[in-house]
Design a protein around this ligand. Structure first.
Ligand code: FES
Length: 198
């Protein structure tokens, strides 16, 4: 703002400058407060994503959020069901690393390492391929095998998600689940690293 010549004009200028300063300080404080709120919101979302599936959570469909029941998992389907964990307060734990692949295998084929981790052939694994992080979304019902469509890695859900065929080198992390009141309930969180691994 250019300076004026008369005393009255100069006094008016000083008042305006003072007001400008107050407004600028207010704007600055508002911006800082806003940044604080944004940071807090971002932290809350991040915390929710980092939480991961936990004991007591139930599985809900990642598409639409309906609570999954055992009848929703078709053992003849050619795709897995992708689920998220929902906690007791109704918060759904989203994010790539929280995606859960649910399949149903023949209970007679469940190996010793998977015993007690599923419920009548229902098994739940991290849906993220350990090779390069794609979604392991295909299911080969004839063989009871989960397949990653990106580079063809195969995992055995009846045997704790071990690699049946590479290029993946690491098995899928598994959850311990149980069926209670027709809901699929998590009893233990992931038992291994989730996501792409070298
Ligand atoms: S990302 Fe799954 S096989 Fe490569």
């Amino acid at each position: 703002m250019p300076k004026s010549n008369s005393r009255v004009e100069r006094e008016n200028d000083d008042v305006c400058l003072a007001e400008d300063n107050v407004i600028n300080r207010r704007t600055l404080f508002s911006a800082i407060a806003g940044m604080g709120v944004l940071a807090a919101t971002g932290a809350a979302v991040q915390a929710q994503e980092d939480d991961g599936p936990a004991p007591g959570d139930i599985l809900v469909n990642s598409k639409g959020g309906a609570v999954l029941t055992p009848a929703d998992i078709d053992p003849t389907a050619k795709t897995v069901v992708i689920a998220y964990a929902q906690d007791a307060a109704g918060n759904v734990k989203k994010g790539n690393k929280n995606k859960i692949a649910v399949v149903k295998v023949d209970p007679a084929n469940v190996g010793s390492e998977s015993e007690g981790r599923g419920a009548d052939g229902l098994m739940a694994y991290s849906a993220i391929c350990t090779h390069a992080g794609c979604e392991v979304k295909s299911f080969l019902p004839d063989r009871g095998i989960m397949r990653c469509p990106c580079h063809g890695s195969e995992f055995d859900p009846a045997n704790n998600g071990v690699v049946e065929k590479g290029p993946a080198k690491h098995r899928l992390a598994s959850l311990v689940i149980a069926v209670e009141d027709d809901q699929i309930v998590i009893k233990e969180g992931f038992d291994a690293e989730v996501g792409a691994q070298s």
